[in-house]
Design a protein around this ligand. Structure first.
Ligand code: HPA
Length: 280
């Protein structure tokens, strides 16, 4: 089943049938909000607003582990994550979509793994017959491969959908994840640009790596809401981020609905193998 994570300015999806709203508790604490179980064209999906309704959680205090574990409990095996980003690559304009295929991690204070060796937290009642449960039960230390952290198959579906709809987008990009909640300095953005970053945001990591630790497929639809610090010479505001997300809301919704409709149950990628041989 598909899980959709909404970012700043995306707290619900219009035009899908809501079946239920469920509160899930996890061994890692409370997820950001209730999960919305919905249906579109006979397919079930689960939606969660990353910051909670009313934008309660800043990026560095989101309980990413609880959010991702809650998806697992609901039977989600693939995630489409939507987020606002600042554009660093000079070819990017506000309003463009970017399908990141790499990340650089500059976050600092977030719990980053489910596999904490002797400190592992695990609740037997969450048991499934898979490597995730096996490694957690045995308190193993796990190093997942993130050479290519995003699901190639899900990204290909997004690329095709965006080109069919004629929206401006880049099919690849390197996302630099900052700790926040402050925005970046001009010098930081210059440095990130030299390092090869195309967009900057505060939430991709550890969301993607935690999902990958549970063997899930993960794709990220980034919306460039502003040019990154120091590029336009203007001061940055949260207002412009939310305003651009509102402007793009209709296009984002259309992409999500096509994605739900088009992605087959069986994917052609090797995300499912990530845990094989990863534990010590
Ligand atoms: N920096 C960090 N995160 C962001 C930005 C930005 O410029 N825009 C939207 N999210």
């Amino acid at each position: 089943m598909l899980g959709i994570i909404g970012g700043s300015g995306l707290y619900q999806i219009d035009d899908i049938n809501i079946i239920d709203e469920v509160l899930i508790s996890t061994p890692y604490g409370e997820p950001s909000d209730k999960y919305i179980i919905a249906e579109f064209k006979g397919k079930k999906v689960v939606f969660l607003p990353r910051h909670g309704k009313g934008h309660k959680f800043p990026p560095h205090l989101i309980n990413y582990r609880a959010n991702i574990w809650g998806f697992r409990k609901l039977g989600v095996d693939r995630i489409l994550s939507i987020s606002a980003v600042g554009g660093i690559n000079p070819e990017l304009k506000p309003g463009d979509f970017v399908l990141s295929d790499q990340f650089i991690d500059f976050t600092k204070v977030r719990p980053v793994t489910f596999y904490e060796g002797i400190y592992t937290i695990y609740d037997q009642s969450d048991d499934k017959d898979d490597l995730v449960s096996e490694y957690l039960k045995e308190s193993r230390v796990v190093h997942i491969d993130v050479t290519d952290p995003f699901c190639k198959d899900l990204r290909d579906h997004l690329s095709r959908i965006l080109s069919e709809k004629g929206y401006r987008f880049r099919s690849t990009g390197t996302y630099v994840a900052t700790e926040g909640p402050r925005l970046e300095t001009t010098a930081e953005i210059k440095a990130f640009s030299i390092l090869g970053a195309d967009v900057v945001g505060m939430t991709l990591v550890p969301e993607i790596t935690l999902a990958r630790e549970l063997s899930m497929h993960f794709a990220s639809l980034n919306v460039v809401t502003n040019l990154a610090a120091g590029i336009s010479g203007e001061r940055l505001t949260s207002d412009e981020v939310i305003q651009m997300m509102e402007e793009k809301n209709n296009q984002i919704k259309k992409v999500i609905l096509s994605f739900i409709d088009a992605v087959p149950d069986k994917l052609n990628c090797n995300c499912g193998d990530v845990l094989k041989g990863a534990a010590i």
